[in-house]
Design a protein around this ligand. Sequence first.
Ligand SMILES: *Cc1c(COP(=O)(O)O)cnc(C)c1O
Length: 664
Amino acid sequence: MPAPKPWTLDDSSELYNLQGWGLNYFAINAKGHVVVQPKKVAEGAIDVMDVIEDVSSRNIKMPVLIRFQDILRRRVALINESFAAAIAEHGYGGRYFGVYPIKVNQLREVVEEIGDAGRPFQFGLEAGSKGELLAVLALNPSEALTIVNGYKDESMMRLAALGLKIGRKVVVVIEKLSELELLLSAAREGGVKPLIGLRVKLQTQGSGKWRSSSGHFAKFGLTTPEILGVVETLKAEGLSDCLKLVHFHVGSQVCDIRTIKDAVKEGARYYAKLRKMGLGVEYLDCGGGLGVDYDGTHTAVDSSMNYSLREYVADVVYSVQEVCKQEKVPEPHLVTESGRSMVAHHALLVANIFGAIETGTSPVDLREGADEHQVVRELREALKDLTPKNIAESFHDGQQHLEEAFSLFKLGYLGLEDKAKVENLYWKLCLEIGKLLPKAKFVSEDLLEMQKALNDQYLCNFSVFQSLPDSWAINQIFPIMPLHRLAEEPLRRASVVDITCDSDGKITNFAAHRKAGGTLPVHALDGSPYYLGFFLMGAYQATMGDIHNLFGRVNEVHVFKDEDEPKGYYIEETIQGQTIRDVLSQIQYSDYELVKRIKEAADSQVKAGALKPREAAEIVDRYEAVLSEYTYVDHLPTADENKGAPSHGAQPATPGKPTEPVAP
Ligand SMILES: *Cc1c(COP(=O)(O)O)cnc(C)c1O
């Protein structure tokens, strides 16, 4: 047999499918660290481990969300440049006026960075609520479009009219017939001419998880009779020239390019027909939906997409042009409301692994003894007699002995020590079977299940509910991989569990490395810090997260490339995550009240003579100090903890069977 080839950086890159989902924004350097390269070339790449070191030296605790602002800027430039190129290439008669829907990531620094990068292109903003509109009216310049979607009340319409009065190009998209009257009266009252958009309900259904955003029963949009109603009203009021924009949106993360083409063609027909009816429509707004390839497979599945940004742009331009040619109408200016594709790539969540729940280890010595229970001896035998030929039989014997032991324990016939031995021997048997499985000719379903249970669980210092809400809520896949040690083969297989007390607080579904049986290939913990990166976190996660178990918003740093700096970047800004006090106050606990009650309790102990006054004061101080702490685990692993970690949670369950069989 030839000697196995040594593990290379390319092997790591392939294993984690970095090229597949990373769009070349991420790579691995000679040190085996993940680097970020906003320009998609190795030159000027930022070593993520440098940033982590920098962050730790500033005493900013894990987990930390790192925003690579240069990537954000590149995404904005890219969609604008791509449209400009496709428009030039096709000799298209309109221009591109994209907007960024701030609901996708509303953080002021993100919106401002997009605004700044988009200024040369008159890239605008979209708002879907009053709160968002207040922000957008203030931030968006008057040359760019301000698009208003969502349900609107009178106050929101007045706000839109106010925007027009200060020179903003505010297009209010009518999603419900009743909104038209509200808009017209707000405009009348403000003495301005409204800029009106119509959201049409397409027959084309989106693809992917958000397919229900379109179609006849969608929540938003006007039916054809309703559109005619709007036209009639506008004509009657002499406002035909105020209808400026036709809008549609087939849902987010459209995974199949055919859906995009179909929707654009259908939307373009509405534009063309309205134009022919004498309305002054100038813009066709194709909404959002431009996908992100989270799993890197380039396929039409929920977590992926079977097209590129360039292909999307080319198809939009070409499809609209075709329809306009047939209909003999001028080509409209093109608008898109891409959110996810603009912001997903720039944000990276870094969290440390602070331990592993290893299956089958024991912190105490469980040596063979003379007076062991029969069931212990039988399991020992099963382990001794295991051969590659009797795998299945041995496994079933092991399961039977385990169940027997549970029954005996329940009935009082088995001591704790013997029960511990049984559990230990059972896992040892499973581990040995696991080693033999690759050689087995046939592996049954229950053995596969058992093998999964053998994987480690890596304890990761984050909350799925706060930082990856879509992973929990809709099973969205995000690329996850170690940020260092990538020159080394990751020999362990693990799932990732968070620090909430919720059994849902874990990730067991990983992108791309399906070969690893749905687990994450990781390195064995060696006592030094081990960091995992959660990639493509920039879209939708921030404000959807919740404070389950009172884990709050995480620390953030904003990184900019700078070739003059020794490490090629600088940290422009840090945003402190929430303290425990912050999250408590969010749910109505006043720190003042809490401290007062602790003080009262301590004082009464002093009165009773159980505490000295100085001790009572120290207790109150300690309590107060914790209120100011970060909500996450403040703990880096010791070598000891990382090796034979105490195996809580390693209670063996017989796979596919109830844990505790009913006593006979
Ligand atoms: C959410 C939303 C968007 C953004 O969609 P992405 O798929 O993130 O680009 C755009 N337009 C409307 C109307 C939306 O509701």
